[in-house]
Design a protein around this ligand. Structure first.
Ligand code: IPE
Ligand code: IPE
Ligand code: MG
Length: 226
């Protein structure tokens, strides 16, 4: 089977990666960012058109203030410094999730990275931050109510999700061996192929991506048919 058009990554295992080395959890997240960069390059090379990265869920606020603060300062640093990298590799960045909870500084940085990469025509990279699958559906329905729609359809919901410009993911990769969805793109992944490699996210690289694509190529997708 041809390569997937949209790979949705659930980046998991940063904390365990750090714990195994006796390091603080935020060191795992820092290493996780490096794995995102490596993966972006490999996706460009393999000409995958869309990728999304679940990096902070609406439930991750339950973590310690230290970890949450560390994650958001990492996000500021990454999206501020990353513009040159994204443009060099023709990557168009979008951010999916409720940004209103972020600091004004991070909101500005996010808007800037989206604007400054909007003209790129290569890989579409969607970063899911303060994102939840149920929350995504609810905000889509609320937008429809506000615009005066009387009847909701599947097409209208899809067209109002954060990921409206992306095709539904055909392949979901969750690292670290956990076999659950944890409230990621619930609506969008109705027929996605799921894959749960054991590798921890900071160790994920091009060879893991190629192995994953091999797994995908062997799946038989039926969509309810035969
Ligand atoms: C994924 O790694 C990154 C985020 C959810 C922010 P975790 O931080 O969940 O790592 P583990 O699951 O504790 O190993
Ligand atoms: C899922 O990972 C969310 C992200 C990768 C951002 P979690 O580590 O938060 O999920 P659970 O708690 O193991 O289900
Ligand atoms: Mg986890």
């Amino acid at each position: 089977m041809a390569n997937p058009k949209h790979i949705a990554f659930i980046l998991d295992g940063n904390g365990r990666w750090a714990a195994r080395r006796g390091l603080p959890r935020n060191m795992g997240h820092r290493e996780g960012v490096k794995a995102i960069e490596k993966t972006l390059l490999a996706l460009c090379e393999l000409q995958i058109p869309y990728a999304s990265f679940f990096a902070f869920s609406t439930d991750n606020w339950k973590r310690s203030k230290e970890e949450v603060d560390g994650l958001f300062s990492l996000a500021e640093e990454y999206f501020e410094k990353g513009i040159d990298f994204f443009n060099e590799h023709n990557i168009k960045v979008q951010i999916f999730g409720d940004r209103s909870a972020f600091s004004p500084k991070l909101q500005t940085i996010m808007q800037n990275v989206c604007e400054k990469t909007a003209q790129n025509t290569g890989l579409n990279a969607g970063f899911c931050l303060n994102y939840g699958g149920r929350e995504d559906i609810v905000q889509a329905v609320n937008k429809l109510i506000e615009s005066g729609e009387k009847i909701v359809t599947k097409q209208l919901i899809s067209a109002n999700l954060y990921s409206k410009d992306y095709p539904d993911p055909d392949f979901v990769i969750r690292t670290s061996g956990e076999q659950r969805i944890s409230n990621f793109m619930l609506w969008q992944m109705s027929y996605a192929e799921l894959y749960f490699p054991k590798v921890l996210w900071p160790d994920f690289d091009k060879k893991h991506l190629i192995k994953s694509l091999k797994v995908f190529s062997k799946r038989k997708r039926r969509f309810g048919g035969y």
